[in-house]
Ligand binder design. Structure first.
Ligand code: ZN
Ligand code: ZN
Length: 239
């Protein structure tokens, strides 16, 4: 399938329109038309080769929301017309202990990232959501429930899961006290999720500039880390 995206051709060139081919559907593949894609700072790091492992041209984007346009013959979970989403992973072996435990990111045989990662079968470098279409293995395609606005869903796929995962791992709920360092792309998501889970949430920020936003998002308080400590005055002891 021919498609169009935005790619960085080198670590110093800006993203530019880029025509390329999506693979033909395998039996367990879902093809989608991409409707929205979030922007994650990892997209920038990869495009600038900040981590030293970028294959160019690089089409970033791993907060993808789209509409299914075609499914492979063995696909059972998704149908044409469904609103679906794809995050940071598009494949893993599906038969090791990590995959069976729902920890596909730690797949013993190597996970496949949504972009800048060799496809497990063809070896071609994956290309992400800054494009019109994508083809993804069924197990890595998520259903977007009807109540969720597709235009606002993208950030859940990376910033959202990154903060949701530790909150669930540590059983955060009523009675928990959660500290969120920095109210940025991930931090604001952590505040909303932890508050929704019933936790007492404190944002740690350099100044009080974001206090109103923090409270509006559900935090109970904001602690400014640059505030000078006020120690109780010591009484001078005469010798
Ligand atoms: Zn990301
Ligand atoms: Zn595996």
């Amino acid at each position: 399938m021919k498609t169009l995206g935005y790619a960085a051709l080198s670590a110093t060139s800006p993203l530019a329109p880029f025509a390329f081919e999506r693979r033909a559907l395998r039996p367990n593949d879902v093809a989608m038309e991409i409707l929205y894609c979030g922007v994650c700072h990892s997209d920038l790091h990869t495009s600038r080769n900040d981590w030293g492992w970028t294959s160019f041209p690089n089409v970033p984007g791993h907060e993808i929301v789209g509409r299914v346009i075609e499914v492979g013959g063995e696909v059972t979970q998704h149908a044409v017309g469904d609103i679906v989403a794809v995050g940071c992973l598009v494949d893993s072996c599906q038969h090791c202990d990590q995959c069976h435990g729902g920890e596909e990111q730690y797949c013993r045989n190597g996970r496949t990232d949504t972009y800048n990662s060799p496809d497990r079968i063809s070896g071609e470098i994956t290309k992400g959501g800054y494009s019109k279409h994508i083809v993804v293995r069924e197990e890595f395609v998520l259903s977007v429930p009807p109540g969720l606005d597709p235009a606002r869903t993208g950030p859940l796929l990376c910033a959202g899961i990154t903060t949701y995962s530790p909150l669930r791992t540590w059983n955060v709920g009523p009675g928990s006290r959660v500290g969120v360092i920095g109210l940025g792309g991930l931090g604001h998501m952590a505040v909303k999720l932890a508050a929704a889970m019933g936790a007492h949430v404190t944002v740690l920020s350099r100044s009080t500039d974001k206090q109103a936003d923090a409270l509006a998002l559900g935090a109970d308080s904001l602690l400014a880390s640059s505030n000078k400590r006020r120690w109780p005055r010591r009484r001078r002891v005469s010798t």
